[in-house]
Design a protein around this ligand. Structure first.
Ligand code: NAP
Length: 494
């Protein structure tokens, strides 16, 4: 039940105990109307310590880490099942939490269930290896859980991004402390409650919403926290990496992007137009993998841009509760101002506006943080508007003359998260796909995801990989074991 219905403060999960945090009060707002969805109190630093100490205690005493893999997996399968049973209320709550259209939040909830199912399977099928022995011993490589690990997540895809960290971390036998974004704490709280209901022992999962620079920082620095899995902005990621270096703590960092989408002269136009629109404007562009830099073969540029701009202007921006809505509001008024600032900067630097560049008008849009799908052109790849991550519905478009120039520009970015290629020529697709520097390359599709395929970025887009069967190993320490088989004592001491 949402707080607007109860007019109460929402308890948070401190080491398995549901209670009010002792920190400052904050409200989460529905981005479509600015109404308060929930009020809660952040944890104090003492609450953070308590949650982590309880997590450590639960890790050592609850028996979770000692369960046989198939027993832990059974609990995680149950988590997936409960998420599916409650899919619609969860999707509706997530819509309120971050204002994404209901069609998208349903997908995120389904993805979270799939993630738990996948890592349950990974858990019960994970093999430890017998390695070739080079002496009178048998050698093995095995994996152990780490203890308490932290999952720090942004506001753009709650439940799915939390599941991507919590499922493998629990599957590996760890206790987890989640720090969801202050703007979107509701789904992490739901997920923790579902995990407990499914059989994850109390204290193994805490949810500590609150300001990242205070709560996230304290979690990252805590000596009992053995790993941080972070998704968010590059500057925050670098800050966390510095703390991790001091602690000699492994981290995984899923960071920002400015991904190139390349439309070659022989592309199937229907596919390419739809793919480019989906790549940048779905999720209102609030997506790390948004295809925000578009390169189109010069001979195709004018007709392609005509079609693209007309279709962008016709996207259905509106009420996230409406099944037909393609783009909902942005997360906060402040974030919309930041996007407006970027567009003004681009225009100031000489870009021209192809479509959008303003807030949509009409009664529907008055209270929400809406912004129209925007396309800028007349830019150079080296311009600030082409290099900085905007994290909103803003596309920059440029023509290219040949493959060499295309690759030079596509790879000229501090980010290297994703790329898209549209062409019917599979040999060119292969060549460009291998030469483009990015953690994920989509060919004749875009923004498709599979939990079974590792994901992550190069350069300023991050460190490490999430997802994939081996994603569980991020949350485990590898250990070598030697079993002596000597008939005689070791000779050296003779
Ligand atoms: P952000 O400001 O870096 O915040 C991400 C999370 O980190 C939030 O929970 C935030 O808390 C917390 N945080 C902030 N400062 C911290 C600190 N000093 N120590 C520990 N935690 C701290 O990013 P955002 O603006 O929310 O999210 C947008 C960014 O995320 C974009 O750059 C986007 O590309 C990136 N992203 C990347 C991926 C990927 O998989 N590569 C996926 C999604 C998003 P509060 O917000 O509560 O203060």
């Amino acid at each position: 039940m949402l707080i607007t219905e109860r007019n109460d403060l929402l308890p948070i999960n401190i080491g398995g105990e549901m209670r009010l945090g002792a920190g400052s009060e904050s409200s989460t707002l529905y981005p479509a109307t600015g109404e308060v969805v929930a009020r809660l109190r952040a944890p104090s630093l003492e609450d953070v310590n308590e949650a982590i100490e309880r997590a450590d205690h639960a890790f050592r005493t609850s028996g979770w880490a000692q369960k046989k893999p198939h027993e832990r997996a059974a609990v995680l399968y149950r988590v997936a099942q409960i998420i599916r049973e409650r899919a619609e209320p969860l999707a509706q709550r997530q819509r309120l939490d971050n204002g994404k259209p209901i069609s998208e939040t349903r997908n995120l909830v389904a993805s979270a269930a799939g993630t738990f199912q996948f890592f349950a399977a990974a858990c019960e099928t994970l093999e430890e290896t017998l390695t070739p022995a080079r002496g009178d011993y048998m050698t093995m490589s095995v994996y152990e859980p780490m203890g308490v690990v932290a999952a720090i997540t942004p506001w753009n895809s709650p439940i799915a991004s939390e599941a991507q960290k919590v499922a493998p971390a629990l599957a590996a036998g760890n206790a987890v402390v989640i720090k969801p974004a202050e703007a979107t704490p509701l789904m992490a709280l739901e997920l923790a409650a579902i995990c407990e209901e499914a059989g994850v022992p109390k204290g193994m999962l805490s949810v500590l919403p609150g300001r990242g620079s205070v709560i996230g920082d304290a979690i990252t620095k805590h000596p009992l926290v053995k790993r941080v899995s972070f998704t968010g902005g590059t500057s925050t990621g670098k800050h966390i990496a510095h703390i991790a270096a001091d602690k000699m703590m492994p981290v995984s960092l899923e960071l920002g992007g400015k991904s190139a989408t390349m439309v070659l002269a022989d592309a199937d136009l229907d596919h390419a137009v739809n793919g480019v629109l989906f790549g940048i404007f779905s999720s209102s562009g609030e997506s790390c993998i948004a295809g925000s830099r578009l390169f189109v073969a010069r001979e195709l540029y004018a007709p392609f841009m005509d079609r693209l701009s007309q279709r962008a202007a016709a996207l259905r921006v509106g009420d996230p509760a409406d099944e037909r809505t393609q783009m909902g509001p942005l997360i906060t008024a402040k974030h919309r101002e930041s996007i407006e600032g970027y567009v003004a900067m681009g225009l100031g630097d000489g870009a021209t506006l192809r479509t959008g560049g303003k807030r949509p008008e009409g009664a529907l849009y008055e209270r929400g943080y809406y912004y129209s799908p925007t396309i800028l052109e007349g830019v150079q790849n080296t311009d600030a508007i082409c290099q900085q991550e905007i994290f909103g519905p803003v596309l920059v478009a440029m023509p290219f003359d040949n493959e060499e120039a295309l690759l030079e520009q596509a790879n000229n970015s501090v980010y290297a998260l994703a790329a898209g290629i549209w062409t019917k020529d599979y040999k060119r697709a292969w060549r460009i796909g291998r030469a483009v520097q990015a953690g994920t390359v989509w060919i004749n599709t875009y923004k498709q995801f599979s939990i079974s395929t590792p994901f992550g970025g190069w350069r300023d887009s991050g460190l490490g990989r999430e997802k994939g069967r081996l994603g569980i190993l991020q949350y485990m320490e590898q250990k070598a074991m030697y079993w002596g088989l000597n008939e005689q004592p070791l000779g050296w001491a003779n």
